[in-house]
Every structure is written in structure tokens, then in C-alpha cells.
Design a protein around this ligand. Structure first.
Ligand SMILES: [Zn+2]
Ligand SMILES: [Zn+2]
Ligand SMILES: [Zn+2]
Length: 803
């Protein structure tokens, strides 16, 4: 059998290279160490390119690893000694996987189909999804999911396997490190000359497909093989020896110097002043590699995260010890990725760099690793500096009030919408904050939240809409105004919701009060930088839907008042009436604009764009309404109780132009048609009623509100379960909700089975609100807060009268 294998080997080497069985015998005898080395030197001669070596000698390499056994047989045998408690099945392209919200301790939890079906998820809130970006099965990881639901092959309670026999694994232990060393030489040799900055492309990695297939097979053979790789990758001595061995004179392109030159070319990440302490350094530099893993990570990023190499590393990450040892190496190259995200040329390049999240999600989902990284490796500073550098790179003067007198900077979304390169980093940030320790640390350390507040102020006043098309004002494309909403929710809202999940208890009253106070200071600074002195000066032919500082104040105050025993008089500057009215005018302006749009005349130039923005503002999809509309309404509710009510009413009705029409009785010089005033009057009364009576949905896990939202959704239309799941106006929670939708739905709605479909496609049944709830709990104001189109409201009212 082995003779036939040897036929594939290059004729010149045939005489030199022994068969698999002979190789095994040499390996098992320590006296033959030198001899084995010589064979491997021949096999992995760097004068021959690695793809050629693999192409010519793959069969013999496999037979050496297995010690002469058929390779498949060897892998199956080795797998029997698997020690890993984690499943770690890796997929990098679209694959069906599973998520169980009942069992998840982390938002990013995912399971492979084997582990899901073999685990215990009876009656759980679980769903199947197509994970487009790829992922890793978390079965067996106690930090990510409930251990009761592990399948029987994974988790700490699985029956451990026996120790692997020395004779079985010895050859692999000798050969595999050599493959890795040769691979690193290959990575070095393929980098293009410095300065030209064109690295070898990812496509070149296809020439190594057979090698990566081999890596995959070996990694799938379980922990015995994986630990050979990880031991070799983290071995400091091995790496030193590798770099100090006498260089091969005619092959300078594989030397350590190549790596060093490339390392010197990388730029550093600046730490914003607000984050620095007396003894912190100003820059995050990329440190020199101390082991093969460091260097491989460096090349991984340099070559824009080629998929196959990434997959290999991800498979190794299923080893928990390796995972915790590699966090420092990973954070080291994080800086490089930020630099690439900021400077790369096109969306394809950015998409490649974004693959970094595959690794970071594995690391940051693990609580122990995240805590260690915050304590020992400045993770919080690193991630905030990264975001700071990404956002500060694309700013433009805010167009609010009089643009020429406005010195405030906002994020310029045109740049972003093309490429969305903030996403991987914000997703890491949210993942980190999902650990209570991290959220706490973030709030307790003033430098951290001050820096974040500075960043959210850059979203404040984004994307200003103007009545007239003025030449000096940048016209926005449709994409951009939608993108501004996505961006504000993904960055500002998600971070706030993630933190809030941890601070809904009285222990956090002091710190929440402090944060709100800093937000007030930032708003004051914002007023002065946009040249805004008092609410009467607000310019009415423009509007921005983006006021995250206001929304942070509102939502944090709600949380403090309802869950921390906070008191309004200590949270809010209650004596400063002028400031409070100034604070109210921007959210009020948005409420007015909702009805300005309905007049069909005031925003006639941009009626389509404005309608879409107004829809987004109240949209239940993506839970934007809770964060925008509800937060703005709650802020108005608070302020209306704190200021002189007459002043508030005057400001209120003047904003709706009702004052000039009704009170001043200046019929002759009115600016709009009479019908517009009627729409605005109606709007003002609805908004006023909302301020008086609407109960906003601002915190997670609030049973009454959740129930009210489900009723509201069913009032508007009969819905599928999945629709309810997605279109419910409530803050998005990562934590498992205590009150699951199903039990509420069962209580308030009737299930209507699907009608028989001749196409035989599976059809979902719908839910219909129980009749008596129309009488008891139908709330037209609630409906109006969740929709912006009047026709939908009219349909709802027809449904109500029909009932
Ligand atoms: Zn699995
Ligand atoms: Zn499993
Ligand atoms: Zn489950």
C-alpha cells in the first residue's frame, strides 16, 4: 500500500524520504532525532515554494503525520481521545445554525445543528437562523450558555476520554510544528516590497487550499491535534530559535527581517486626551511578536484576513486555555485593523477587515477573558480609542441653526453609508458591555463615559433637513438619511440599552446621577457651539431627528426614577427654567415636524424623504420608536412638570403655529394655508394628550409595557408570531426576557389556524386580539405614537368600530 503512495513523490527525493512507517519508527526512537530533522529539512525545503511542496508531497506529509496509517483512519482514531469540552464546530459561510434565548447567557450564542438537536431545548425560546457571517458552536461553554442544555458530548460533565497513546500522536507532534514554521516563512515571502503597500491578495491563498484542507481535517480530529498546534504557536523558545537560526543566504525574503520591516510600517492608534491618565501612554503601538501566533495574527491582518487562515485560527480557539492565552496577542493587532478600516479603499476591503469580529466575538463573549483584558490590557481604553478614531475621522460642520455660526461637528454619514466600517468595532463594544463587570467599570471610571459622551455628541444634530433647497446646503441622498437612523440606533441606543440591563437597581443611583449631570454639561456645550441661546431662537425651517444626548438624559432619568429611587430634584437642574425650556425645544420640534409633514405643504420639496424619516422615528422595527419617540416624549413630560406651565404651553402652541392663528388672530398675514393650520392644531392636541397621558416604553423587561405593546400591535393588524417578535416597540434586550412573548400572546389573543394552501407551503397562523380587550385596553394614543401615517390609524379605527 505504501509503495503506491511513494509513487507520487518527486523522483529526486524518493531516495531520501522514507515511507510513513519508517518515518514513524525513526520518530519513536530518540537516537534518530537528527535524521528526522534532515528528512523534514528536505521535505520542507524553503527553496521550493510552499504551494509546490504541498502539491507534490501532500500524500507523504499525511502519511508521516499518521505514521503510515491511512490518514482518515488516523483522524478517527485520534478523535476518540478528544479532551475538548467545547464543540467548536466552525463555519465561515452561510450555514443554518441555532440560537436559544432561554439558554443564552450572551447575545452572540450560536449552536451547530448536531449540538442543538442533541441538547435539551424543549419548550425554549429558540430559533433557527442562517448565519451569514459565520460562527462557532458554543456548546460546552458555560460562559455563553446554560450548562443544562449542553449535548452529551460537550461541557464539563461529559465523560472524559483516556490519554492518547504516545505512539499514535508522536509523528504529528514532530511534523506539525515544521509545517507551521514553513507556513510562516511563506507568509513572510509573499509580502510585497515596503511602501508600495500592495500586499499579496487573498486570492493567492487559494494556492494553499490543500494545506488549509489538511489543517481543517486535523483540527476536526479534536483536541489532541489542536493542542500540538496551539503549543507550537505559543512557544516562545521555538519562536526565538526560529528567528535566530542562521539565515539562508539566497532566501532573504523569508527572514525575520521581513516581518520586522513590515511591523515598522504599521501605524499606531492615538488615545484621546479624555482617556489618558498621568502614566498611560499616548499611543497604542503594535508590539513585536513573541511567538508564532503573534506573527501569524500580524500576517492575518496584513493580508486582510483571508478566510481559510481565519478558519484555522478559529478552530484552535475552541481550546479554552489557548483562548485566554491569546487575548493579549489579539488586542495587539486590533490597532492594525482599526487603521485598515479607516484607510482602506473600498467596501470589499472593509468587508474583509470586518471578519475580525469572528475572532473578537469568541474572545469577548467569554467573561473571564473580557474581565482580564479590561484589568490587565486596557481593553476599555483600546476599544474607546478605536471608536474615537473611526468617528473623529469623518466629521463635518453641523448645519443646524445658522450654519455659518455653528462650530459643532457631526459625523458625516455619506462616508459611512458607503462602507459601514464602524460596525465590527461597535459590535465588539456592545459585546464587551454585555458583561456586567464591563458596564460597571465603564460607568465607574469617569474617563470612559466622558469619552463616550463626547462621541455621542457627534451624532447630535446629524442630517439636518431644510425647507428650501439651498445651494450651500449639502443635498442628502435617500440612503444617507436612513443611514443616520441606523447609525444612531446601532451606536447610541444599543450601547445605552446594553448598559441599562445592568444598572436597574438602587446601587447605581449615584453613578447614574453623575452621568446625567455630565450629559447636561455636554448639552450646554452643544447649545453654545451651535449658537443657540434660547428656545425662542430655534429656526423653524429646519429639523434634525438626531438628538442622542437628549435621549440618554431621558432614558437614564426614567430608569433612575423607576428603578433606583432617584428623585427628579436631584437628577435635573430644576431651578434653571430657561435651560429646561431650551432642552425641550429640540424634541418638541420633531413632534411638530411630524404634523408639518402631514400638511403636505410645509415640507413639499422633500415630502417623500421627510415622510420616511418620520416613519423611521416612530418605527417599531429595530425598536427605534422606544429610543427616539418614547424618549423624546418622556423628556417633554418631565420638563412640563418642572417649568411654569403657562410658559410651557406658550412655547408648545407657538411651536405648532397654533398661537399665531388662533390667539393672535392675524388672519391676513398667515404663512400657511388654513387647512395646514387645522392639521397642526389637531397635531398639537394629539401631542399634548400624549405628553399628559402616554406611558413610554423605555426599559427592558417591563411586563406591563410589553403586554401593552403586543396589544397595540394586534390592534393595528392581526399578526404572525414572527411579526410580533420583530415589530414590538420596546428596548432591545440581550438578556433573556422574564416575560416571554408567547405566554402574553396566549393570554390576550386568539390563534387563527392558517387556511389550507394549495401550494402546500408551510403557512403560519395569525393572532387576533381577544374581543373584550378592544373595550378595555385599546389606546388610540398608543397607536398614534407607533405609526406616522394617518391611513393606518384610520384602518385601526375602522377595526375598532367593526369590533
Ligand atoms: Zn456543536
Ligand atoms: Zn455539543
Ligand atoms: Zn435552550
Amino acid at each position: 500500500m505504501y509503495d503506491s503512495l511513494d509513487k507520487n513523490v518527486d523522483v529526486e527525493n524518493l531516495a531520501l524520504l522514507p515511507s510513513g512507517i519508517h518515518f514513524r519508527n525513526y520518530c519513536l526512537d530518540d537516537n534518530n532525532e537528527k535524521r528526522v530533522e534532515t528528512f523534514l529539512d528536505t521535505l520542507f525545503d524553503p527553496h521550493q515554494s510552499l504551494p509546490v511542496t504541498i502539491e507534490k508531497h501532500l500524500t507523504i506529509i499525511k502519511s508521516y503525520i499518521s505514521g503510515g496509517k491511512p490518514f482518515e483512519e488516523f483522524c478517527t482514531e485520534v478523535r476518540k481521545y478528544n479532551k475538548s469540552i467545547l464543540c467548536g464546530f466552525v463555519w465561515t459561510n452561510a450555514t443554518i445554525s441555532y440560537r436559544c434565548r432561554t439558554c443564552a447567557a450572551n447575545p452572540c450564542m450560536s449552536l451547530c445543528s448536531d449540538c442543538f438537536h442533541n441538547g435539551n431545548h424543549q419548550g425554549h425560546d429558540a430559533n433557527m437562523f442562517r448565519s451569514i457571517g459565520g460562527g462557532i458552536c458554543d456548546c460546552g461553554d458555560v460562559t455563553v450558555m446554560n450548562s443544562n442544555s449542553f449535548c452529551k458530548h460537550h461541557g464539563p460533565n461529559r465523560i472524559p476520554n483516556a490519554q492518547i497513546p504516545y505512539k499514535l500522536i508522536r509523528c504529528a507532534q514532530i511534523l506539525l510544528p515544521r509545517v507551521i514554521l514553513r507556513f510562516v516563512q511563506h507568509l513572510r515571502s509573499h509580502v510585497s516590497p515596503i511602501k508600495s503597500n500592495t500586499y499579496s491578495t487573498i486570492e493567492e491563498f487559494t494556492s494553499l487550499t490543500s494545506l488549509f484542507n489538511l489543517f481543517d481535517d486535523l483540527s476536526n480530529a479534536g483536541s489532541c491535534i489542536r493542542s500540538i498546534f496551539t503549543d507550537c504557536l505559543l512557544n516562545i523558545e521555538l519562536y526565538e530559535k526560529f528567528n535566530t537560526q542562521p539565515s539562508i543566504n539566497d532566501l532573504s525574503n523569508i527572514s525575520y527581517n521581513i516581518y520586522l520591516q513590515q511591523l515598522n510600517e504599521t501605524s499606531s492608534l492615538l488615545m484621546p486626551i479624555s482617556l489618558r491618565t498621568d502614566n498611560s501612554s499616548v499611543y497604542f503601538h503594535i508590539k513585536k511578536a513573541t511567538c508564532l501566533f503573534d506573527e501569524i495574527l500580524f500576517w492575518l491582518v496584513k493580508y486582510q484576513i483571508p478566510e481559510r487562515l481565519l478558519k484555522f485560527l478559529l478552530m484552535l480557539l475552541t481550546d479554552l486555555n489557548f483562548k485566554s492565552s491569546c487575548i493579549q496577542s489579539f488586542l495587539n493587532i486590533y490597532v492594525m485593523v482599526i487603521d485598515q478600516l479607516i484607510h482602506c479603499q473600498n467596501s470589499r476591503e472593509r468587508m474583509h477587515s470586518a471578519r475580525l469580529v469572528h475572532i473578537s466575538v469568541q474572545l469577548f463573549s467569554n467573561i473571564d477573558i473580557t474581565v482580564q483584558a479590561i484589568k490587565d490590557y486596557h481593553l476599555m481604553e483600546l476599544i474607546l480609542s478605536s471608536l474615537y478614531s473611526i468617528f473623529s475621522n469623518i466629521q463635518i460642520n453641523c448645519q443646524l441653526q445658522k450654519p455659518k455660526e455653528n462650530y459643532h461637528l457631526v459625523i458625516y454619514d455619506i462616508d459611512f453609508s458607503k462602507n459601514m466600517h464602524y460596525w465590527p468595532i461597535i459590535s465588539d463594544f456592545i459585546n464587551i458591555l454585555s458583561h456586567e463587570y464591563a458596564s460597571k467599570e465603564f460607568l465607574l471610571e469617569k474617563r470612559f463615559f466622558i469619552t463616550w459622551i463626547k462621541m455621542i455628541s457627534w451624532f447630535q444634530g446629524m442630517n439636518v433637513n431644510h425647507h428650501e433647497i439651498e445651494s450651500e446646503i449639502l443635498l442628502q441622498s435617500n440612503m444617507n438619511y436612513l443611514f443616520a437612523f441606523t447609525m444612531e440606533t446601532e451606536c447610541c441606543a444599543m450601547v445605552l440599552w446594553t448598559i441599562n440591563a445592568h444598572i436597574m437597581k438602587p446601587d447605581f443611583l449615584d453613578i447614574t446621577t453623575k452621568v446625567i449631570n455630565y450629559l447636561f454639561l455636554e448639552v450646554k456645550q452643544w447649545f453654545s457651539s451651535i449658537g443657540f441661546e434660547q428656545y425662542k431662537d430655534i429656526i423653524k425651517n429646519q429639523v434634525t431627528f438626531h438628538i442622542p444626548l437628549h435621549r440618554y438624559i431621558s432614558i437614564l432619568s426614567y430608569l433612575s426614577l423607576n428603578y433606583q429611587n432617584g428623585e427628579l430634584k436631584t437628577l435635573f437642574p430644576i431651578e434653571n427654567e430657561k435651560f429646561l425650556l431650551n432642552l425641550a425645544i429640540f424634541p418638541l420640534r420633531i413632534q411638530v415636524v411630524k404634523y408639518e409633514i402631514l400638511t403636505n405643504t410645509i415640507w413639499s420639496y422633500h415630502s417623500y424623504e421627510m415622510q420616511i424619516q418620520s416613519d423611521m422615528y416612530s418605527s417599531t422595527h429595530g425598536n427605534i420608536c422606544s429610543y427616539m419617540n418614547d424618549a423624546d416624549i418622556f423628556l417633554l413630560q418631565l420638563i412640563s412638570t418642572l417649568v411654569n406651565i403657562n410658559k410651557f404651553m406658550e412655547m408648545f402652541f407657538k411651536s405648532f403655529y397654533v398661537h399665531e392663528w388662533l390667539v393672535q388672530n392675524t388672519e391676513n398675514n398667515l404663512i400657511f394655508e388654513k387647512s395646514s393650520y387645522i392639521t397642526l392644531l389637531e397635531g398639537s392636541l394629539i401631542v399634548l394628550a400624549t405628553i399628559v397621558a402616554f406611558s413610554p416604553h423605555l426599559v427592558l423587561d417591563d411586563f406591563e409595557h410589553r403586554r401593552a405593546e403586543i396589544i397595540n400591535a394586534l390592534v393595528i393588524q392581526d399578526c404572525h408570531y414572527s411579526y410580533l417578535d420583530e415589530h414590538m416597540g420596546e428596548p432591545k434586550s440581550f438578556a433573556t426576557s422574564k416575560y416571554d412573548i408567547q405566554s402574553i400572546v396566549d393570554d390576550i389573543a386568539e390563534y387563527i389556524s392558517p387556511t389550507i394552501d394549495i401550494t402546500n407551503q408551510p403557512k403560519q397562523g395569525q393572532y387576533k386580539l381577544k374581543d373584550f380587550l378592544w373595550e378595555d385596553e385599546f389606546d388610540p394614543l398608543h397607536v398614534l405614537s407607533r405609526i406616522s401615517r394617518r391611513d393606518l390609524f384610520e384602518t385601526t379605527m375602522q377595526r375598532y368600530t367593526k369590533w
